[in-house]
Design a protein around this ligand. Structure first.
Ligand code: NAD
Length: 331
């Protein structure tokens, strides 16, 4: 039945069913790092829920997956409150929607300059440095409260313990498992009679949320940082300059970023990485387009769940992977 033929009660009932489904999948994905369905299945159900809630705004609930970041925290870890929330990203699945997003911003008066970045298929982390020294590392959790995984993050070679300047800064980015490490890990797990991880993202999350940092250390994780939450000494005026500044401080950044001055250039970037995707040594599931000017980012601000100055273009799903349930995090 078409959405515009539904009564509000029917819409509310369908939305409730979708929310239950999405929440169950989110628990498998975020809490157990073991999804039972493909991301595209989750994304389609999510889109249906968005369509229902857009047509019937009165049926939106505060705890709808459209209104909050989905991750959870495990009781085994100390909680870390995020003074600056760690958000998700809005997503689009077609180039036409991507064009609409950038056009709307330009129509609002935003300078047409966008930083195009790869959407790394890992999990978000936050790193806090005091006078240049790493003091705390955490997961995103529900966006407001994450998990303290400092000891585990310290085992990752690309995460500096000491910055090149004695600054106090909170930096955000992605922790990921390189494809090669992922293949080796799953081979080993099969030899050991353990269920393989469904994808590098879940393998990275499972490896990072370990109580024994020796396990994390053995998993060859890496990181790309791309954002600052709190930094008084920031010199950059744009997102692309920010990446260069993070690199100068000693962080690993993804070098495949590009400033685009019009939509044709964004489109070229999307095409380029859709083709090169398989050749990269790490997984990407799309492209992130960000307003380059940092002052405009601040001015545009965020919704409860996503920044208004960025959007993710998700690639069409790759051929189906075998998804196997895995409760590795408990050991
Ligand atoms: P998301 O992963 O789609 O996008 C937001 C995240 O992208 C950010 O938090 C950040 O960690 C990451 N990111 C990577 N590169 C980035 C860059 N260059 N700049 C900024 N951010 C970057 O959103 P989400 O809220 O973390 O997760 C929702 C998605 O997770 C769904 O769309 C679905 O694909 C998947 N999911 C799947 C299941 C399942 O059962 N298969 C369940 C829940 C969620």
């Amino acid at each position: 039945q078409e959405i515009n033929q539904l009564t509000p009660d029917q819409a509310a009932e369908q939305a409730a069913d979708l929310r239950t489904k999405l929440k169950n999948w989110a628990t498998e994905y975020y809490t157990y790092d073991a999804p039972s369905v493909e991301d595209s299945v989750y994304d389609q159900a999510y889109e249906q829920l968005v369509a229902l809630e857009t047509a019937f705004p009165q049926i939106v609930t505060a705890d709808s997956p459209t209104q909050e970041v989905g991750d959870t925290t495990l009781p085994e870890f100390t909680k870390v409150p995020h003074d600056v929330p760690m958000l998700s990203l809005g997503d689009v699945f077609s180039v036409a929607e991507l064009r609409n997003f950038t056009h709307r911003l330009v129509e609002q008066g935003v300078k047409p300059e966008f930083n195009c970045e790869l959407k790394i298929d890992g999990l978000a982390i936050s790193l806090r440095y005091e006078n240049g020294k790493l003091v705390q590392g955490s997961t995103r959790g529900n966006g407001q409260i994450g998990e303290d995984i400092t000891a585990n993050l310290k085992t990752i070679k690309s995460i500096p313990h000491q910055l090149n300047k004695p600054v106090t800064v909170e930096v955000r980015g992605e922790c990921y498992m390189p494809k090669e490490s992922f293949v080796k890990l799953n081979q080993q797990r099969q030899t050991d009679g353990l269920a393989p991880f469904a994808n590098p993202r879940n393998a990275a999350a499972g490896s990072l949320r370990q109580l024994d940092s020796k396990v994390t250390s053995s998993r060859n994780l890496s990181s790309f940082m791309y954002n600052v939450a709190d930094y008084d000494d920031l010199e950059a005026n744009t997102q692309s300059e920010l990446l260069a500044e993070l690199k100068a401080l000693g962080f690993n950044i993804n070098e495949n970023y590009q400033v685009a001055a019009n939509f044709a250039e964004i489109n070229e970037y999307v095409d380029k990485y859709q083709v090169q995707r398989d050749d990269l040594p790490y997984g990407i599931d799309g492209i992130v387009i960000k307003v380059n000017d940092l002052a405009s980012q601040l001015q545009l601000g965020n919704t409860v769940k996503v920044p208004r100055w960025a959007i993710a273009y998700k690639f069409p799903p790759e051929e189906a992977e075998t998804v196997v349930r895995d409760i590795e995090w408990t050991v």
